[in-house]
Design a protein around this ligand. Structure first.
Ligand SMILES: Nc1ncnc2c1ncn2[C@@H]1O[C@H](COP(=O)(O)OP(=O)(O)OP(=O)(O)O)[C@@H](O)[C@H]1O
Length: 715
């Protein structure tokens, strides 16, 4: 006898995870039995009385639990959920399913649940203007919204109902209604959201085998095989949503069939899935090549911790077949590889110094400078990194001709001469000690790469995450690692999250993104409540967009809902950290595991204090050090705000928020007003990055005065 075709929905998976282990085992047996012999008596397949849709059934899992299933043919079953006996019947009576006329996939939803949302929000009681009065039934049909949904959508009058219903209907329809409610035209919604999901073949709603195979169905349902262990693994550790379902805007960017005719850039506020798009882009590019075929794809980002994270996510997405075609390295390792690979270069044998090492050597140079030298360390570091290394200046003449745009303090020719001498002395000392700075190393590596022919360039494609923090020398290097041509570079980043002092104009560095720039606007991470505060905090900032224009957060929004962030001031740091322990305990009691909670501080000293206080209160906690990724088994993850970049947690506590902006991190206004302003902007961005790491819960505390950046949030 042929086996039945059994698929299970993501909603089934979620229900499974909430069951206890003995029932979970019964569920697996049930699924295998259904696949082997759907007519078996023990399954007790029944159609509920009074069901809205006569093709919905329930089946017995054990005496107390039943599964709810859609049965388009006698031997095809789509498992929708699993519930206690009576609830399963109630649920089954309310769900409807259909073949989507645009995507050709199978859609289902619970009309009863949607009606309940309308009653709860009061929308079904009131008359007045509905969100979708201007949208005709034909428009909805064109936009892949099932006809049976349309009457309930017309009852939506409040944002609460809109958001609730958007989560309860098929994902594509959810995106469509949110975009329409945001005021997008039917044509724009079609081209931006729906067109990419439209079936490529002709849709025959009776050809249910084709329906089961379509991408739109496979985004919601997984196929049951005969392997019980594999099944258990799929149910317990399901594919994260981002791996299966991409928002159409994300899919369009990552899987675009037509090549990008040169470097392409994707921007977007925190949590809009830029990293997800970069990972899928890598997959789309890698899928073109057979295993072992020549050069690899480079996936790079700013820090080591983030590149490790990217490596793990890439493995999740495509396993060894994908990772074998990709090199995942943080930008400093990319630099090091180039220097190391150049046997001729003495640079391959030097020690590379971090910011602290460079700063202390500048201290020495300033101390030995002639009396009355008017240039301090902060000015000289900026001049060296942002003028000399950014433009790869190697001679006095080049320095005299160099642009100093963005430098606040003007200097005359005599002063330039003085600065040049100090810089020469500084570089001479580094040479003597066989040392160099990271950015200097990047400039030297890009000198080496500049001599390569296309055949020598080591990568097929370069994909960059966290692009906003790379230095000019990194860009000239990355440009030289891949031959110019279609799909050469794919760049994602967010200028609002720039937390290091690197400003570039990509076009001037050979990375021409004109006409190939896109923006993501839907936040998948953070609740609306948290996002509202984060946006108030960032205020009217208009950072540059890496290419000579202005970045914007226009249209940036979230559809997730949650509680209000907590903001509180304390009389002393001790009182603040005691309250932190209480907050962490409360989150933990509410079901958030300790390793899903993070504490961020502006300085490592405060972070260490927080670890001490948490541990003293009997709460497992650990300090996340530079270059390492958080270890889940070590409890609450405590780190500086800089380390929080690119990460996310269910709950975030920001402590000692009063010390942002940190005085020592910002050039005094009297020394250089432009540097000062940029320093302030960086500190604001750092707080913005910190706030937007939180998925569900956020607390911000301080002792004494709060951060001035929070003024609009607190008031
Ligand atoms: N299509 C999707 N479906 C479900 N979840 C998604 C989707 N896209 C992104 N996410 C989730 O949203 C969160 C944020 O995604 P991601 O880290 O890619 O955003 P980002 O724009 O790179 O963020 P940031 O700039 O703040 O670091 C992650 O938890 C990710 O899994």
């Amino acid at each position: 006898m042929a086996k039945a075709n059994v698929l299970f929905a993501d909603s089934f998976e979620k229900a499974y995870q909430h069951l206890d282990a003995t029932i979970q085992r019964r569920v697996i047996d049930f699924m295998l039995k259904l696949r082997k012999d759907p007519d078996s008596n023990g399954l007790n397949l029944k159609q509920p009385h009074g069901a809205k849709d006569k093709r919905v059934w329930t089946a017995r899992v054990n005496d107390n639990f039943r599964a709810v299933l859609l049965r388009p043919t006698s031997d095809t079953f789509y498992l929708a959920t699993i519930k206690p006996h009576d609830d399963a019947y109630d649920y089954a009576a309310q769900i409807v399913w259909d073949v989507n006329k645009v995507t050709g996939g199978l859609d289902f939803y619970n009309l009863g649940e949607i009606q309940e949302i309308l009653v709860r929000t009061g929308d079904s009681e009131v008359a007045g203007v509905g969100f979708f009065d201007a949208i005709s039934d034909a428009d909805f049909a064109h936009l892949a919204v099932g006809a049976s949904l349309v009457p309930v959508l017309r009852e939506i009058r409040s944002e609460d109902a809109l958001l609730g219903i958007a989560e309860s209907i098929p994902k594509l329809a959810g995106q469509v209604i949110l975009a329409l409610a945001d005021g997008k035209s039917v044509n724009d919604v079609w081209s931006e959201i729906v067109a990419g999901s439209a079936a490529e073949d002709e849709i025959d709603p009776d050809d249910l085998d084709a329906v089961a195979e379509r991408p739109a169905t496979r985004e919601t349902f997984a196929v049951v095989t005969d392997d019980s262990e594999e099944l258990e693994r799929m149910l317990l550790k399901p594919m994260s949503e981002w791996r299966v379902y991409l928002h159409p805007e994300q899919r369009k960017l990552a899987y675009r069939a037509k090549p990008y005719n040169g470097p392409a850039r994707v921007s977007g506020g925190p949590g809009t899935g830029k990293t997800v798009v970069a990972l899928h882009r890598v997959k789309a590019l890698a899928d073109r090549y057979p295993p072992g075929a020549g050069k690899k794809i480079l996936l790079t980002t700013y820090t080591n911790a983030l590149s490790e994270l990217l490596g793990r996510l890439l493995d999740d997405l495509g396993g060894p077949e994908l990772t074998a075609k990709v090199e995942v390295l943080n930008i400093d390792k990319v630099v090091r590889e180039v220097l190391r690979g150049d046997a001729e270069s003495e640079w391959s044998r030097v020690e590379v110094l971090g910011d602290a090492g460079i700063a202390s050597r500048w201290d020495d140079v300033v101390a030995s400078a002639t009396p009355g030298n008017p240039f301090d360390k902060l000015f000289l570091v900026g001049e060296w990194e942002q003028v000399i290394l950014a433009q790869n200046v190697r001679t006095r003449d080049e320095y005299f001709a160099a642009r100093r745009a963005g430098r606040g303090r003007r200097i005359n020719r005599a002063e330039r001469d003085q600065v040049w001498k100090l810089i020469q002395e500084f570089e001479r000392r580094l040479d003597r000690d066989k040392a160099m700075g990271f950015k200097q190393a990047a400039a030297r590596a890009s000198d080496i790469a500049a001599t390569w022919s296309d055949a020598e360039r080591p990568y097929r494609h370069v994909v960059v995450d966290e692009a906003q923090d790379l230095h000019a020398a990194h860009w000239t290097l990355l440009r030289a690692l891949v031959p110019s041509g279609p799909d050469d570079m794919f760049i994602v980043g967010d200028a609002f999250q720039r937390i290091y002092d690197n400003r570039v104009t990509l076009g001037k560095l050979g990375v021409d993104i004109r006409g190939r720039s896109s923006c993501l606007t839907l936040n998948y991470r953070t609740t609306r409540q948290i996002l509202r505060d984060a946006l108030k905090m960032i205020g009217e900032q208009v950072p540059d967009d890496l290419d000579g224009g202005s970045a914007t957060l226009k249209g940036y929004r979230s559809v997730l809902r949650g509680g209000k962030p907590v903001m509180a001031g304390f009389p002393s740091s001790a009182a603040e950290l005691t309250a932190l322990s209480a907050r962490v305990r409360a989150w933990n009691k509410a079901g958030i595991a300790l390793d899903e909670i993070a504490v961020f501080a502006r300085t490592s000293a405060t972070a260490s204090d927080a670890v001490g206080v948490l541990k003293g209160a009997g709460i497992a906690a650990s300090l996340v050090k530079s270059g390492t990724t958080p270890k889940p088994e070590s409890g609450v993850q405590v780190m500086t705000m800089h380390r929080a970049k690119g990460l996310e947690f269910r709950a975030v506590a920001i402590v000692d928020a009063g010390c942002v902006p940190l005085g020592v991190a910002v050039t005094p206004e009297t020394v250089d007003h432009l540097d000062h302003q940029r320093g302030i902007q960086r500190e604001r961005s750092l707080l913005f990055v910190s706030l937007t790491r939180a998925r569900e819960a956020l607390s911000i505390t301080w002792s004494g005065q709060p951060s001035p950046f929070l003024a609009d949030v607190i008031s």
